[in-house]
Design a protein around this ligand. Structure first.
Ligand SMILES: Nc1ncnc2c1ncn2[C@@H]1O[C@H](COP(=O)(O)OP(=O)(O)OP(=O)(O)O)[C@@H](O)[C@H]1O
Ligand SMILES: [Mg+2]
Length: 225
């Protein structure tokens, strides 16, 4: 039986005491699962990913990440837990424009107690080839196209081989060919026991995933395709 990575029970979230964005949501995810979540704009997908990724807090309910109960009170320990275990691809990239591709890719190590090993340096070269970024590694991000930036953000999220990769619309700026490069990358991660959770509408990502949900009325509904 695979290890449980995420367990959410009865999770609700509201901003500024307005109506619930997430409402009594349950979600369980295992090691190596490749999960796709879709849902209308404003349905709460980014909200859910931010809570899963320890960037925001739920308002009520139980969230257990890697056997640790995530309490509502802020705790610096959660930053380390995130830095060591979670790679995040943001809807808006969040790259540092003046830094090179390589400098951006190695940023997560600033927030992690993991070290850059020679294996990671080797794997990074492979990763850059797979994501078609090898020629651009010394280029400042501000000179890249939207799709190249998105692939760079994906490289950054996966470079430290995290247990969980979370991606918010990672194919928003990619054509079909690039979307399938990324889809293959996520499948490979999941085959190597990384858990992958992706918000997307892309058919390319659907093809390779294991589990599908739709976020609607603040809850996740199964078999959403
Ligand atoms: N920081 C915030 N403060 C107040 N309200 C917020 C905040 N972030 C999100 N919301 C509200 O919560 C709801 C869900 O937003 P969210 O960004 O999670 O949706 P989404 O499904 O990711 O949408 P999209 O597909 O457009 O990215 C929206 O009504 C949004 O206005
Ligand atoms: Mg969003």
């Amino acid at each position: 039986m695979s290890r449980k990575i995420i367990e959410m029970r009865n999770i609700s979230k509201s901003y500024d005491s307005k109506a619930d964005v997430l409402s009594h949501l349950d979600f369980t995810v295992y090691e190596g699962d490749y999960v796709i979540i879709k849902g209308k704009s404003g349905s709460g997908k980014s909200t859910l990913l931010n809570i899963i990724g320890l960037l925001d807090k739920h308002s009520s309910g139980d969230y257990i990440f890697l056997d640790k109960e995530i309490k509502l009170k802020a705790n610096a320990e959660y930053d380390t837990l995130r830095g060591n275990n979670i790679g995040f691809v943001f809807q808006s990239y969040n790259l540092i424009e003046n830094y090179t591709v390589l400098d951006n890719i190695f940023m997560p190590f600033l927030y992690s107690t993991n070290k850059i090993t020679s294996k990671i340096l080797n794997d990074t070269n492979d990763l850059l080839e797979e994501l078609d970024l090898a020629q651009l590694k010394h280029q400042a991000v501000k000179f890249l196209s939207g799709g190249e930036k998105q692939r760079c953000a994906i490289a950054r999220a996966v470079v430290s081989n995290p247990r969980l990769v979370i991606a918010d619309e990672p194919t928003g700026n990619l054509d079909g060919e690039n979307a399938s490069i990324i889809s293959k990358q996520f499948r490979k991660l999941a085959n190597n026991k990384t858990t992958v959770i992706v918000v997307t509408h892309s058919d390319h990502l659907f093809q390779n995933a294991d589990i599908f949900y739709e976020l609607r009325q603040g809850r996740l509904w199964n078999n959403a395709i």
